[in-house]
Design a protein around this ligand. Sequence first.
Ligand code: NDP
Ligand code: BG6
Length: 519
Amino acid sequence: MATKAARPGRMRGVEPRDERNGQTRQTHGPCTFVVFGGTGDLAKRKILPALSRLRLEGFIDDDCTIIGVARDTGMDDVKYRDVVRQAIEDDGMSPKEIDRWIETTVFFQSIGKSAPEDFAALASRIEAVERERQQPPNRVFYLALPPNVFPATIEALAHAGLSRNVTGPDNGTKYWTRLVIEKPFGHDLQSAIALNQLIHRCFDESQVYRIDHYLGKETVQNLLIFRFANSVFESLWNRDHVESVQITVAEELGVEGRAPYYEQSGAVRDILQNHGAQLIALVAMEVPAMMNAEFIRQEKVKALRSVRAITPKNVVLGQYTHGEINDHSVPGYREEPGVAATSRTETFAAVRLEIDSWRWQGVPFFLRTGKRMKKRVTEIVVKFRRPPVWMFTPLGAPDLHRNALRLTIQPDEGFALYFHIKAPGKPLKLERLPLDFFYKERFTELPEAYQTLLLDVIDGDQTLFVHADEVEAAWRLFSPILDNTLAVSFYAAGSWGPKESDDLLQRSGQKWSNEYRRE
Ligand code: NDP
Ligand code: BG6
């Protein structure tokens, strides 16, 4: 059930400059969401439900229009309204209310063969709907399309005159047009640069919203607050106190029917280059001059550019074989429908990164991701240095008693800071215990990442989106390991990845911190 309490998404306390100067935020009226790929999996699972909730919770105007776009010539307004009806949760709305909303605000336009005349027809349809509904020409073009279609669609939008911000008939009123692009943004550095160049020929960067849905997660946004609103942590956040950083993005899921995409992608492109790079940047960055999109981006880019080139000895790739997850037998990757029997696509990747900055010199960052891992968990573990002198040798090695901070991005969102304490009584005994906090215990519901991000698009806030520079810096970082020549080891589904991944840490005197159990 939706709750109305939390406004989704805005980094709490992080407001655009104008507001801090005492001016008020620009409010938004109704606008038109043109969802390319409006009949696809992402639209049905994420985009349409998020729009429905935002409207229901009063965050976007009741009159916002949705125009689904796909090639399907058999689809029309009536059939598309059924697609939307099935996609959204009722969230407590009566069937009558759902009908009233959908019948008046949802439309469909086929772009047939994607020819110029199809886009001209789309432009006319958008104008007609806006006219009919007496709605200002504020428009979002959301590309939830197969990535190979991005370039042609962007060009076609520009050719049809749909990429520019519309100016009112009196030339005074300025409206906005925004472009939202799903991941993957390119296949490698060259293709990302080419896509950026094409976008910049058709749109201004201020109109562009590249999605990395991890940035819409509350716990990812909280990294900035955690670091820069708490002097107790930030003063320890450097090479003098931190011994290593581990970042894990582990999934229990396999490829889930996305084999055609995943075979071309693999774990490095699917997760490390985007979600992984964002997590590294947020952990490693310096404090921005101000908490706004531009300054945060500058620091993130600087952090990514400070990472030393990855060498093959610091990389482990893996592919899952059959195994068991939560007592269920699951097939190996090569047995999944649509996967080649000899596929070398990696479903696991672990890298050791070194950051050449004054703050992080000499502190290894370990980043790993995998499908069909033992447990779904995304987390960051910061291990602090041992005490300079260990006075309790008879009670065990200092390794056992190192302080650590575990920031859990999902699923049990929260954090735990591990201390050692004296267990009461005699003989003297130390125990390591967590001081922890869980979102669920304090807040009722965390907003869905897509709700947060869509609302920010309407608000015109690019803070949680990936700028052109960032996406290129992230590709540059992983370029050395995209050439398909590295060995791929195997790991059983339901494990923590190949043995080589443990060896990677062991060589630095470290160990993956796999399990957290609340004491
Ligand atoms: P689907 O294959 O499920 O849907 C693709 C959609 O695009 C369909 O509506 C299809 O309809 C339409 N389409 C295909 N070609 C064209 C074209 N030339 N012009 C206009 N419409 C077209 O893909 P997904 O929804 O899974 O993925 C969409 C995008 O979202 C991809 O970039 C993907 O990487 C990204 N993404 C998806 C995630 C997911 O969980 N699904 C997660 C993260 C990102 P039709 O064939 O009728 O044209
Ligand atoms: C997507 C990847 O970007 O993120 C998927 O393409 C992956 O392969 C998904 O499953 C994970 O997202 P989340 O929010 O479940 O961690």
